[in-house]
Design a protein around this ligand. Structure first.
Ligand code: OGA
Ligand code: MN
Length: 281
């Protein structure tokens, strides 16, 4: 095995080379991958050719698979674990969720047990005369915490925010039942990564509607300031996709957003799986 973990040099993210994910991953190799994933927050594997079943099997190595509101609308036929993220329409109907997150976010933070992580596998990616479009940006909420001044750390550590499913504008209208299934929840705004023990900021502009113990206007100022801090250039890695990329991120240490700079006839088609998670602490 000549597995290599190559850090991107940014505040997060590493490339893994020397692994063919269409083959079963043995326990020793998986342990190396999992440790790198916890450490770097984003891992990617280039030039993969995997079936939906192999994608699901790899995701299962990280625990339970989470089914979500995208999957109820746009999953791969016969494979409810895989959501299609795409701008393609067939017979006048979208084959996937068109926009999975243009504003900075951490997946499903509005749930009581947000997913551990998310895996995207690129089937088709847009490019213009060789220039890749449809990048995804990732920000390290752990590096952002590390860089905070001590007095801000003292001000926010131990506090909780309210996360509201209805706060964010989505590319589809959630049903009444979905809204009722996702009542507002409270999470710590400074989370501790369950594996590394690193502290991470957990604040998003669209989802956080208030901070307990802080007056509404002051909380709004604080949420905006922290959300902006997390996405400063020094905390960011920007991924230029190629077909065959499989990329995974950690929803505790990382926020992300999709860059919407392409349109049909430029096509983008990604397969997405979500790992089950735990109550943030
Ligand atoms: C997601 C997501 C970003 C992208 O699938 O959760 O945010 O670039 N995707 O498609
Ligand atoms: Mn997302």
């Amino acid at each position: 095995m000549n597995l290599e973990i190559i850090p991107t040099g940014a505040a997060l993210a590493a490339e893994v080379r020397g692994l063919d994910l269409s083959q079963p991953v043995d326990d020793a190799t998986f342990a190396v991958i999992e440790q790198a994933y916890d450490e770097y927050g984003v891992l990617f594997f280039r030039d993969q050719r995997i079936t939906p079943e192999q994608h699901v099997a790899f995701t299962r190595r990280f625990g339970e698979i989470e089914l979500n509101i995208f999957g109820e609308r746009w999953s791969v036929p016969g494979c409810p674990e895989i959501v299609v993220v795409s701008n393609i329409t067939e017979d006048g109907k979208p084959i996937g969720v068109r926009r999975a997150g243009e504003n900075w976010h951490s997946d499903m933070c509005y749930t009581a047990r947000p997913p551990r992580g998310t895996i995207l596998y690129a089937i088709e990616t847009p490019e213009l005369h060789g220039l890749p479009l449809g990048d995804t940006e990732f920000a390290s909420a752990a590096a952002a915490w590390d860089a905070l001044p001590e007095s801000m750390r003292r001000h926010i550590d131990g506090r909780h925010a309210v996360f509201d499913f209805t706060g964010r504008k989505r590319s589809f209208q959630p049903t009444r039942e979905e809204i009722e299934r996702n009542p507002p929840v409270r999470h710590p705004i400074v989370r501790t990564h369950p594996k590394t023990g690193r502290k991470c900021l957990y604040v998003m502009r669209d989802d956080c509607t208030g901070i307990e113990g802080i007056a509404a206007e002051d909380a709004e100022v604080l949420i905006c300031a922290l959300a902006d801090h997390i996405v400063k250039p020094q905390f960011i890695y920007r991924h230029h996709w190629r077909p065959g990329d499989l990329l995974m991120w950690d929803n505790c240490t990382v926020q992300h957003r999709a860059i919407q700079d392409y349109n049909l006839p430029l096509r983008r088609k990604m397969y997405r799986t979500t790992m089950g998670g735990a109550v943030p602490v």
